[in-house]
Design a protein around this ligand. Sequence first.
Ligand code: NAD
Ligand code: UDP
Length: 319
Amino acid sequence: MKRILITGGAGFIGSHLCERLLNEGNEVICLDNFYTGSKKNIVHLMGNPWFELVRHDIIMPYFSEVEEIYNLACPASPVHYQHNPIKTVKTSVMGAINMLGLAKRKKAKILQASTSEVYGDPRVHPQTEDYWGYVNPVGERSCYDEGKRCAETLFMDYHLQNNVRIKIVRIFNTYGPRMQPDDGRVVSNFIVQALKNEDIIIHGDGSQTRCFQYISDLVEALVRAMNTEEDFIGPVNIGNPEEMSILSLAEKIISMTGSDSKIHFHPLRADDPVKRKPDISMAAKELGGWEPKVTLDEGLKKTIQYFRGDGSVTNRQEK
Ligand code: NAD
Ligand code: UDP
């Protein structure tokens, strides 16, 4: 049994990771300020004596006896991270410094949830880890992209200067149950709009592409990355390389939900990447042959069931 800290543990990805690590017999401390996370995501874990919930903001130092840290705290949807961009940068940068300081003191291993956004609007396709990216430092997405890039720098420097054992994973678009219905990201938006027979809003002409990874595939990769023997892993891309246009995604969701929704086109958001697709050969090599297992159809089916089933489409989730 290990004592494991998960920052952002009450969020979409964090809650699935808490569940997985508890099921494996570990003690889990879930730290969250509930900015975008929700107690509802982890309420089913609260009766477990090995689960501890801490309301805390990682821009402030946090002290605890832990062996592993998964640093996931950060709003991930453009709508949320652009709401208070200064706070987003603080969360990524000051949060990384605080968690790396904790890892250094406790000699704990630490994993950083980085992002495909470090590649910006990429000029290399698919994206390999050695590509440095094409990022606007002063645009609407910069608080997130540059915050995450700086966090990667800090992780690398704590490793080189203080021998902290680090794992950096660059997560590509991930979806699944427990995304907030008002999260603002494309999969949850389209499913919620389709289930309500409301207009589906596409930004731009819908020709921009993304690759969508189901949550269980990501969680498997995160745990594998943490458990690697090496003192330093990454940055390594984690995603599902099946690429599709946003228009095709909308059409697929309309068809899978049997919706009467009509597609409407709104102006493209600033600095919206034109295409994105991970090269996952490094992940396969470094993470014991890891590859995504869940197809888009299977994953969407489960996610649609979730949004249909728990009433969250019509009733906003309680914080
Ligand atoms: P999410 O918004 O559901 O979860 C983020 C969690 O962090 C929330 O519970 C939120 O309350 C918490 N949080 C935010 N700021 C905090 C702070 N200052 N102190 C403490 N807690 C704070 O998003 P998610 O999709 O679960 O993303 C989790 C991590 O994975 C993020 O770091 C995100 O950047 C990264 N990521 C996600 C995706 C994706 O597609 N979901 C892609 C790339 C990277
Ligand atoms: N998008 C859209 N309609 C929506 C939400 C998103 O057309 O309601 C588009 C968005 O412009 C982007 C893609 O879908 O091109 C993915 O958006 P998301 O916010 O999910 O993630 P990111 O842009 O960070 O990859």
